[in-house]
Design a protein around this ligand. Sequence first.
Ligand code: ASP
Length: 344
Amino acid sequence: MANRRNFLHTSFFSGLGLFLYNKRFPAQPFSAAPQGQPVVISTWDAGLQANKAAWEILSNAGEAIDAVEKGVMVTEASQNCCVGLGANPDRDGFVTLDASIMDHRFNCGSVAFLERIKHPVSVARRVMEKTPHVMLVGEGAQQFAIAEGFTLEEPVLSPAAQKAYENWLKKSTYKSPLINVENKNGHGPFAPAKLEDGEWNHDTIGMVAMDARGNLSGSCTTSGAGFKMRGRVGDSPIIGAGLYVDNEVGACTATGQGEDVIRVAGSHAVIEKMRLGMDPEGACKSIIERIVKIKGEKVKDIQVAFLALDRRGRVGAFSIHPGFSYALRKEGVEALVKAPSWFL
Ligand code: ASP
């Protein structure tokens, strides 16, 4: 009994010591991660350009959190159908953006239903660093962004989004749009577009990275499902759904039908599988199988993909349908990798 009391006493005070230590030295990771070769992975082919910006930071001994922010900012600034202000609008004609970011110490921030701000991921980072909160939405998120010095952009659709929206309005299908599904024309990252405008609807960028210190971080940014209901928020800004990082285990991000990622707390679920010993691909596959089981027949109409990195620097991905690819960058490697899928 005396020993047990001593043990409790010691662990209480050493625990307190650790807490104080971490408070005083916030740059320390919670647990020593292995010193590693940096690596960055991100979703879809747009990830190739985003990874370049992230790699600039990682290859110069920079931090993963800076790499994942700067990386996805490239996609946010590009004229992409589904990320940033150039993206497809909701069905009322407004572009609304969702984004999240998370570092190696469980610090996280996100914004949702944010309008007229070019870099939602950077606003998410400010939420993480400058507020006691994790998530800000809509008008409040926009007010915070303006107070932080972000510019309010003109609410105009990009020419491509305008065309896609006009095309969508002809049918105005009042249902959840198809996301990421390789359609009859064989469109996908490996089969160039032959689609009608507005028909192709993917490209959230999710990025996870490990820096030279072995620390992990992740980011995720999107305009969500094109022609969605006004106010709809997907998985991308939901910590644990579209993004999760646990420095002792790994980092994971998701793309595809956000509703079906949220229902299984997708990225967090993948991390928990890795914690139990699965490698990143096996962990992604097992949560895809969970979604397949839940959805039954309906799974043929949706795409979901997970992309994960473990603390040893191993990467892996898995999707429901073929056509999901991810961009990989590490020393001596710059590649677009086709992920395995549940349907062959
Ligand atoms: N996951 C995103 C959402 O549901 C969309 C996507 O990845 O394409 O908002």
